[in-house]
Design a protein around this ligand. Structure first.
Ligand SMILES: *Cc1c(COP(=O)(O)O)cnc(C)c1O
Length: 366
């Protein structure tokens, strides 16, 4: 069976360095916010090209810290509206409602799976104060258009970059550096994955970074001085150590992912299957390779019977979730079509070329 993702396989090549780094951690005796977190923050900021990086507990906390910090700074306030793509992973939307703000779900473009810029302006009201763009499946959203809309309408632009570590515009600006503030997740399955929960915020805004540095750590300005009512959302020291090791390989990992994607693009030939649209490979780091078919469930079964595991990202749209009954009457046909038709086939650094070719052959014979 070709598993959808075998994390053991993905991490195996780091075992020796991980063990050495864990030994150092034990011997060092500094378990919280030590040199590994500081080192990772510096290196990840440099990787993204931003002035600041704040290591935090996970991706959802990263998003919530951004919203809470903007509230602390007086930029956002309770009940402000935040535009977000309707087909994103639920965590994007949770971060908005958990912060006392109102998510406004906007339809994606069926080809890019990302928010449709032409529909954003229609959704803007006098209460709209921010856009939460999501680089879904690893593909950058339309950076130019979203920046333009945000500037023209005086909105804060925030990135959910949880699936897009390393994706870059043609002029080389990376995910994490194409908005006012970005949230990353290092959940183990992501392109840069820790061995537990972890996350980060990147930004060029010093005032925002200062608030988030305090807020992740009880609001502390120094040992016993607390400037704001904070939380405990610290990045684990040992996870930071693991992430520093894996960050060195992120570029080659993403190139490997793009190489597998290229094989899928070049060799898949089946009228029942629609491949993801991607003209410029560097803009997409293929966290997931998501194909569409109106026979999706049959295809999934066919692949499984023949030894290939695939997954649906995501089977139930947010407006049909019990948790968001308030959106239950929304009509979002493109989002619904996407949820009915998408299938993610294996694409990760644990796969070999032989396995990729087997998957292609199976897709073609469906
Ligand atoms: C994974 C993910 C998150 C949440 O990250 P966690 O670290 O799991 O909290 C948020 N948004 C998107 C798009 C994600 O894929």
């Amino acid at each position: 069976m070709i598993r959808f993702l075998d994390l053991k396989l993905v991490n195996q090549r780091y075992y020796d360095v991980f063990k050495k780094s864990f030994d150092n951690f034990l011997n060092n005796g500094h378990y919280i916010l030590g040199e590994q977190v500081i080192g990772f923050e510096k290196e990840f900021a440099a990787y993204c090209g931003t002035k600041h990086c704040i290591g935090v507990s996970n991706g959802l906390d990263a998003l919530e810290l951004i919203f809470e910090a903007y509230k602390t700074l007086g930029v956002l306030k309770v009940n402000d509206e935040v535009i977000v793509p309707a087909n994103t992973y639920i965590a994007s939307v949770l971060s908005i409602s958990n912060s006392g703000l109102r998510p406004v779900l906007v339809e994606p473009n069926i080809n890019t799976f990302n928010i449709d810029p032409s529909l954003i302006e229609k959704a803007i009201t006098s209460k709209t104060k921010a856009i939460l763009g999501v680089h879904l499946y690893g593909r950058l959203y339309d950076v130019e258009q979203l920046e333009k809309i945000a500037i023209n309408n005086n909105l804060v632009l925030i990135e959910d970059a949880a699936q897009a570590h390393g994706a870059a515009t043609i002029d080389g600006r990376k995910a994490g550096n194409v908005s006012n503030a970005a949230a990353f997740s290092f959940y183990p399955t992501k392109n840069l994955g820790a061995l537990a929960d972890a996350g980060a915020v990147t930004t060029n805004d010093k005032a925002l970074a200062d608030v988030i540095f305090k807020m992740r750590h009880y609001g502390r300005a120094s040992s016993y001085e607390n400037d704001i009512k904070g939380r405990n959302c610290r990045l684990d020291e040992i996870q930071a150590a693991f992430l520093r090791i894996k960050l060195k390989h992120l570029k080659t990992d993403n190139i490997r992912r793009q190489g597998i994607a290229r094989t899928y693009f070049e060799l898949t030939k089946n009228e029942k299957i629609i491949l993801p649209h991607c003209k410029i490979l560097s803009q997409h780091v293929f966290h997931l390779f998501v194909i569409r078919s109106n026979k999706r469930d049959l295809l999934r079964e066919y692949l499984y019977k023949n030894g290939v595991e695939s997954i649906v990202h995501y089977p139930i749209p947010i407006h049909h979730q019990k948790a968001y009954q308030e959106f239950g009457s929304l009509k979002l046909p493109i989002t619904e079509q996407i949820h009915n038709e998408v299938l993610s086939v294996p694409l990760n650094t644990g796969l070999n070329s032989e396995q990729v070719l087997k998957i292609v052959k199976l897709i073609n014979s469906f």
